[in-house]
Design a binder for this molecule. Structure first.
Ligand code: ATP
Length: 237
């Protein structure tokens, strides 16, 4: 068995008196799409930010490709090939589409221009709007911009925190198709979703988080069949 790309082992994260994650262990193998499901407040965003090196675990470890992730240094984790597409996208609205994309790249000069060309090839709409303020884009276009920005540095793994939030079902389908297409190009993905049904349909494996702990995990197809997510969510949406 090859080394997992991401290994979260026994991670606990506390914010003062609040325990957001309690002894959480997950693994992500190269080339997988792994869904992290769970209701509001389950700890999903905290888990993504901890993997990305933003939060320091109170206990436990995070490894990326076999080496420990250093907390407090998300830039260093990004240089090791991991990108987080945060909840709410965090696009810089007053800046142009192109300025937002440039911020995703560690390069300048010819390398940067190649990356921009590739981004506009993949997302023609961003090319058309390259000089437009990013805040004027639709929600779906902003999500594409956030993903395009993450792709600028050719990451090997992308963490998506609720990429479907606030988007119409047709746009969600496009975003999920994009994530599946990236897997075929060798990009590993972790996708946080409240929409269990859709996330299970597009992922290989899934973990279900509730109240800071992993309650269930397995192959997505089997989890969809068992309706385990429905048990924790009330209904599967
Ligand atoms: P959501 O879907 O609402 O984003 P989530 O599953 O991503 O939820 P988190 O945002 O990780 O959950 O939050 C987990 C718990 O930690 C919640 O109880 C939340 O109130 C708490 N929490 C999150 N961030 C902080 C913070 N900066 N300070 C204190 N408590 C926090």
């Amino acid at each position: 068995m090859s080394e997992p790309l991401i290994r979260v082992a026994g991670v606990t994260v506390r914010y003062g008196a609040v325990t957001a994650l309690r002894d959480v262990s997950i693994e992500v193998n190269p080339g997988e799409i792994v869904a992290v499901l769970g209701p509001n407040g389950a700890g999903k965003s905290t888990l993504m930010r901890t993997i990305a090196g933003v939060h320091k675990p109170t206990a436990g470890q995070v490894h990326l490709a076999g080496a420990p992730v250093e907390s407090g240094s998300p830039e260093r984790v990004a240089r090791r090939g991991l990108r987080l597409v945060p909840e709410g996208r965090q696009i810089f609205g007053p800046m142009t589409v192109e300025e937002n994309l440039r911020m995703g790249s560690p390069d300048s000069g010819a390398a940067l221009h190649d990356q921009l060309d590739r981004a506009y090839e993949r997302f023609p709409i961003l090319g058309e709007r390259r000089r437009q303020a990013a805040g004027t884009l639709s929600g779906g276009e902003q999500q594409m911009l956030a993903i395009a920005r993450a792709l600028m540095a050719a990451p090997r793994v992308i963490l998506y925190d609720e990429p479907s939030l606030g988007l119409a079902p047709r746009i969600v389908d496009q975003i999920f198709e994009l994530i599946v297409g990236l897997r075929d190009e060798g990009v590993t993905s972790v996708v946080v979703e409240q929409n269990a049904r859709r996330a299970l349909a597009m992922s290989d494996r899934a973990y279900l988080l509730a109240a800071g702990s992993v309650k269930a995990s397995g192959r997505s197809a089997e989890m969809a069949e068992s309706d385990i997510a429905g048990h924790y969510f009330g209904t599967q949406r």
